[in-house]
Design a protein around this ligand. Sequence first.
Ligand code: NAD
Length: 284
Amino acid sequence: MNIKTVGVIGAGTMGNGICQIFSQAGLQVLMIDINQEVINKGINTIDKNLSRLVEKEKISNQAKLSILERILGSTNYDDLKKTDLVIEAATENYELKLKILSQIDAIVSQDVIIATNTSSLSVTQLAQSNSSPSRFIGMHFFNPVPVMSLVEIIRGLQTSDETHNVIIQLTKFIGKEPISVKNSPGFVVNRILIPMINEAFFTLAEGLASAEDIDAGMKLGCNFPMGPLALADLIGLDTCLAIMNVYFMNFKDSKYRPAPLLQEMVAAGYLGRKAGRGVYEYSK
Ligand code: NAD
């Protein structure tokens, strides 16, 4: 593994977290976004996260400064020439990602691995943006990136063993836990998680128990840190519904039909915490 500089496309929720953990592991990081304002915002978020670690005495102030120093922001894709790996973490939009990935492909050398952090698009399909799809792979980080240890490593149909092995090794090097997953809608974690949440809406609609009791049941009976309905509020009911629709369309299996109550609540604007109301009410 000879990866010393990592390019990250996108300075948003996931992008800045990815930049932080690679820099914390001692690598040089290039953060790319569309304008300087978004980059500054991303760097500020990292600064705040690191300050919290300093306060808790998990890292020294000197370590914080070194981590920040290793991250350079840029709006110029040409700077990617200096990178050994590029991770795309831009907005979840197929056309946009294709455009970004083709741009990266034209700039970096042929031995540079290109990874995507997509949570719902096909890694095999996105690999077609690349002149050599064997060096293309999915690295699905979880939010918040500095806290969550899992990374799903997604092999597209054409991903080579070499690409896969390098990325597994790198993921362990930065202190995360990789699991290998074949390309398929929702990969593994969301494929299991979101239908479970959907089922919780069926049980609620059927009046089997109150929302509070459904959540308490799953917390106390399965040792989950939070119940499925509270989790739906956190993720966003619209996001849960969109993911169920992706499964339903792709697998054409009725077991993935979205719960009518979930659809009704989304139609009413009860999108969860971000809307102040989902299954539960939140004071804004
Ligand atoms: P976000 O909206 O917070 O950030 C996306 C960033 O991409 C923005 O800063 C935007 O300016 C930037 N961007 C847009 N066009 C660009 C371009 N042409 N070049 C460079 N940057 C560009 O989104 P996010 O939540 O960080 O999601 C990013 C990716 O991570 C998506 O593919 C998403 O599916 C995936 N993901 C998100 C989560 C999550 O919980 N948010 C979890 C896992 C994976």
